[in-house]
Design a protein around this ligand. Structure first.
Ligand SMILES: Cc1ncc(COP(=O)(O)O)c(C=O)c1O
Length: 439
């Protein structure tokens, strides 16, 4: 029998054509997505009819890399970098991931200390432990963000970074904190989870420190259900964070090149953002200005109508122009009156809440972080605590930041909605005034 000529030698190809095949993701997945939106029954039926006419509808490539179509995640990154005013932006699956990738990019590891505020979501502190480093808890002041004086006191020879949190949408005291960081040659990580789009002295939050970390979880100013972004002007930090976020599978210009510089190759994790989140994040980023002007307008309308009696003060906002306006916080003279006033405001229909009650668990206040206070570990190795000598371990105590618990226990927080009408703001302000006049 004559042997067939191989295709490599000019013979006929054995396989002339493969595909196209149906995509794994198609109409059924789109139906599930549509189910998440609130269509009227009539409109839903019309959409279903369109889908019925195209049962073999080809679906998207939901992986950001090797995408035959322009990646939504990549577009969101570009757009977010422009919004924040930085050279590099990395999309990840959460702010928790952004914080870890950022600290890993900075080389933070076992035995290192990172200063975090006593008032922040636990993720800010937990991620330090995930990096096998030690979270050092510092006071917040009447801005409810890091107290620069206490930050300076908490710096030790093992400090490797300061994580500044722009809590409840309010910019922290960046001039003082950056001056301290510069004096001690420490990088600042900005946790901007709650303050996307805010500014400090004209600079976007997340563009002032070495690294900015943003959350796009459901409760944030911009959200894609879950998601996050890391921002930086430093190409090397970006490269390392990007590697960390994808198993260190390296998305450098030449993925498979030898290490260009020590510290480029290491073992990483997987924090990639999917195209589903990327598409929603992109649409959300485009709405930033509309949301912020809504929040700020609502807050100003309420503020301008408030008549604060003696002894009631507003949270100090380090740069009022840069405040995102997502909430309005005031302090009463004592915790007991505060509790009463919150109940009374809620009875008036005012969206008011307390921030701290020693008896009510809340992961935003260090006194409830028993994982840290009691130095718990995920494994018998005792990390991160075993990574430092016994004498160098922090002395955590529930009463270690009394200034924080004092302010928080006297705080009333009014949630601001970006879509409040002028009448809503008037009613809320009148409700607050009514209760404060009776306290
Ligand atoms: C200040 C702060 N940092 C970090 C995070 C963590 O964000 P994510 O849920 O995206 O991981 C949050 C979320 O609540 C937060 O409020």
């Amino acid at each position: 029998m004559r042997q067939a000529i191989l295709a490599v030698n000019g013979g006929k190809r054995a396989v002339s054509k493969l595909g196209p095949y149906p995509t794994k993701i198609g109409a059924p997945e789109l139906r599930e997505l549509l189910d998440l939106w609130e269509f009227t029954p009539a409109n839903r039926r019309k959409i279903e009819a369109v889908l019925d006419r195209q049962p073999d509808l080809r679906g998207p490539h939901l992986f950001r890399y090797y995408n035959p179509r322009p990646s939504k995640v990549a577009r969101a990154e570009k757009r977010f970098a422009k919004l924040i005013g930085v050279d590099y932006c990395l999309a990840v699956n959460s702010c928790t991931s952004a914080l870890i990738a950022g600290m890993r990019a900075l080389g933070i590891g076992m035995g290192d200390e990172v200063i975090v505020p006593a008032y922040t979501f636990f993720a800010t502190a937990a991620t330090v432990g995930v990096c096998n480093a030690i979270p050092v808890i510092a006071e917040v002041d009447d801005t409810l963000t890091l107290d620069p004086k206490d930050v300076e006191r908490k710096i030790s020879p093992r400090t490797r970074a300061i994580t500044v949190v722009h809590m409840r949408g309010v910019p922290a005291q960046m001039d003082k904190l950056m001056a301290i960081a510069r004096r001690h040659k420490l990088p600042v990580i900005e946790d901007v989870a709650q303050a996307a789009g805010g500014t400090y002295r004209g600079k976007k939050l997340g563009s002032i420190g070495a690294i900015g970390c943003f959350s796009f979880d459901y409760y944030k100013i911009l959200n894609s259900g879950e998601g996050g972004f890391l921002t930086t002007d430093d190409e090397w930090l970006y490269t390392r964070a990007q590697s960390w976020h994808d198993c260190a599978a390296c998305w450098r210009p030449d993925r498979f090149a030898a290490e260009r510089r020590a510290g480029e190759l290491f073992c990483g994790e997987n924090y990639r953002m999917s195209e589903l989140q990327g598409a929603v994040a992109l649409a959300q980023i485009r709405k930033t200005a509309a949301y912020l002007s809504g929040y700020r307008r609502s807050k100003q309308r309420i503020l301008s109508r408030l008549a604060l009696p003696r002894g009631v003060t507003l949270q100090r906002v380090p740069d009022a122009e840069g405040d995102t306006g997502i909430c309005l916080i005031m302090f009463l003279p004592n915790a007991e009156r505060t509790k009463w006033a919150i109940t009374a405001m809620q009875a008036e229909g005012v969206p008011a809440g307390g921030i701290y009650d020693a008896k009510i668990k809340d992961w935003h206040i260090y006194t409830h972080w028993e994982h840290v206070l009691e130095m718990k570990s995920v494994a018998p190795d005792g990390l991160p605590w075993s990574g430092v000598k016994l004498a160098d371990r922090p002395q955590y105590r529930k009463d270690m930041c009394p200034q924080c618990t004092d302010y928080l226990s006297r705080a009333i927080m009014i949630d601001i909605h970006w879509a409040y009408s002028a009448a809503d703001c008037r009613a809320i302000a009148d409700g607050i005034n009514k209760v404060l006049a009776a306290t």
